[in-house]
Design a binder for this molecule. Structure first.
Ligand SMILES: CC(C)(COP(=O)(O)OP(=O)(O)OC[C@H]1O[C@@H](n2cnc3c(N)ncnc32)[C@H](O)[C@@H]1OP(=O)(O)O)[C@@H](O)C(=O)NCCC(=O)NCCS
Length: 193
């Protein structure tokens, strides 16, 4: 069985990281959960500095503490996805964005990897002490909202947000409850940091 784990990005991943972003461009895919890696693709060391600083800022309206991880398949050390985990919400994220942003590279989709990604994210949220998390996605993104529902997500509202062509669904996940409910299914598929 394959195992997935979170890895803190470092300089050794530069080549793989560039290929990860290039693959999204090749498939004309949206990029989520990358902590802005696509904008720093020509200066990977600067991106590493940025995400390291984002781990520990004082929360303010511009920035909240955020973890960015690669989702790595242990067996071949391959980056299959990414995640952003926000330790708290500012007004902007409370309005739209929520605690967790995620993505899986185009060629590795529909293999169940994002459900494992979200399970790992919830473990990290539990470590941080979050009891409930909010997640948002566009109503035309079943891969995203079905991931949330598969981990116990409850849709609590649908709203219009400027700059999006579809309505946004907001979900809540009760962290301890989700981990307790789904640990038997997902623990065999993960490695802890
Ligand atoms: C959304 C995304 C993360 C899903 O990743 P994934 O690894 O394919 O998801 P999984 O294989 O774990 O599947 C999760 C659920 O979504 C369903 N699903 C996945 N892709 C789907 C699609 N294109 N259409 C319909 N359902 C889909 C799966 O069947 C599964 O549901 P199930 O448990 O009821 O069977 C991926 O498509 C992606 O990275 N998209 C671009 C970035 C993005 O949209 N991020 C989310 C922003 S809110």
């Amino acid at each position: 069985m394959e195992h997935l784990k979170y890895v803190i990005p470092n300089i050794d991943h530069e080549k793989q990281a560039k290929a990860y972003i290039a693959e999204h461009h090749q498939y004309n895919s949206q990029i989520h959960g990358s902590g802005g890696l696509n904008r720093y693709i020509d200066n990977y060391p600067a991106w590493l500095t940025k995400i390291e600083q984002e781990r520990h800022p004082e929360p303010n309206e511009a920035r909240v503490p955020t973890d960015t991880y690669y989702l790595v398949r242990e067996e071949d050390n391959y980056i299959v996805g990414m995640v952003n985990i926000r330790h708290c919400l500012n007004k902007k994220l409370a309005d739209c964005g929520g605690h967790i942003g995620y993505g899986i590279r185009p060629t590795e989709r529909q293999k169940g990897y994002n459900k494992i990604n979200l399970y790992l994210a919830l473990l990290r949220c539990q470590e941080i002490g979050l009891k409930e998390v909010y997640l948002d996605c566009e109503s035309n993104n079943p891969g995203s909202y079905k991931t949330m529902e598969a981990l116990g997500g409850i849709r609590i509202k649908e709203y219009y947000q400027e700059n999006y062509s579809n309505n946004i669904y907001r979900y809540i996940i009760y962290v301890d409850n989700a981990i307790e409910t789904y640990h038997q299914e997902y623990e065999p598929k993960i490695l802890r940091r």
